[in-house]
Design a protein around this ligand. Structure first.
Ligand SMILES: NC(=O)c1ccc[n+]([C@@H]2O[C@H](COP(=O)([O-])OP(=O)(O)OC[C@H]3O[C@@H](n4cnc5c(N)ncnc54)[C@H](OP(=O)(O)O)[C@@H]3O)[C@@H](O)[C@H]2O)c1
Length: 251
């Protein structure tokens, strides 16, 4: 709790609403110079004049590069990045549309890759910095309705595991944030009960605390994380029986 904040500057994507917005606000309130990105310039402006608004579509890799150049020119070298831009829509098993799958992979996964590839070479050259992204507990196991979303988050967890050792050797710390259900515009469309639902302020607080501690995985709430990790370890017949009895029954 209340660890000292180790960063002077931070860049947050997905900062116009939800978890990213609260991370941006909480860091700025603790004296960090924050740059905030999302597509909506109007919503970013509502963050106030303390936060540098850098409107950006993360699916545009050239724009991500330009954003990093601009941010570092204005607030200085980025110490912490949190890539939170993401999107979700449920998938019905009788309506599998490739463009929905590609769109979600484009924003959630390639959006992180675009921002990462723009920033990582600079941090590696400085041998310092911390980069994180928001994956999800939905990346641990395949869940009903999450056929397009879950794989993007599984890919983000795997991306972090792949890069962590060499990034660390190069002086750059990587963290992957795996939230459970958080009350944001993204989950407002869910028509099923969301266990252990958390407020975005609390999700932001736990994310910042985990980042300040330098943990690779920052996952919350703990009980939901433990249940899903245990489910992941089950033999498939048991796993699918559990899903049929819990998630499908309640949906
Ligand atoms: N809420 C949950 O239960 C939950 C759980 C686990 C993980 N997550 C993850 O947490 C992250 C934040 O989600 P949230 O719940 O806070 O949702 P949210 O309130 O809908 O926020 C999503 C953010 O991403 C931005 N965004 C979307 N597409 C973008 C694009 N192409 N380029 C730039 N920015 C883009 C949105 O702003 P614009 O529309 O203005 O671009 C918004 O700022 C997401 O990666 C989500 O998958 C959420």
């Amino acid at each position: 709790m209340n660890r000292p904040i180790p960063w002077k500057t931070a860049w947050i994507t997905g900062a116009s609403t939800g978890i990213g917005r609260d991370i941006a606000r909480q860091l700025a309130a603790q004296g960090v110079k924050v740059a905030a990105s999302a597509r909506s310039a109007e919503k970013l402006a509502e963050l106030g004049s303390d936060i540098l608004a850098v409107p950006l579509d993360v699916t545009d890799s050239a724009a991500c590069k330009a954003a990093v150049e601009l941010i570092e020119a204005v607030i200085g070298p980025i110490d912490l990045a949190v890539f939170g831009a993401g999107t979700y829509s449920p998938v019905a098993v009788d309506d599998l549309q490739p463009d929905v799958f590609a769109g979600m992979m484009g924003t959630n996964y390639m959006g992180v890759v675009n921002c990462l590839s723009a920033l990582a070479p600079r941090m590696l050259a400085r041998k310092s910095g911390q980069i994180s992204w928001i994956a999800s507990v939905a990346g641990y196991v395949g869940l009903p309705k999450a056929a397009a979303y879950g794989p993007t988050k599984a890919a983000l967890i795997n991306l972090g595991e792949s890069l962590y050792p060499e990034m660390k050797a190069g002086g750059v710390r990587l963290s992957v944030i795996n939230p459970g259900f958080v009350e944001t515009p993204l989950t407002a469309q869910n028509d099923f009960p969301m266990p252990f639902l958390m407020k975005p302020e609390e999700a932001a607080r736990r994310s910042i605390e985990g980042l300040a501690a330098g943990r690779f995985e920052i996952a919350y709430p703990r009980r939901f994380v433990a249940i899903l990790k245990a489910a992941r370890a089950l033999p498939y017949p048991l796993f699918f029986r559990l899903i049929a009895r819990t998630v499908l029954k309640s949906g």
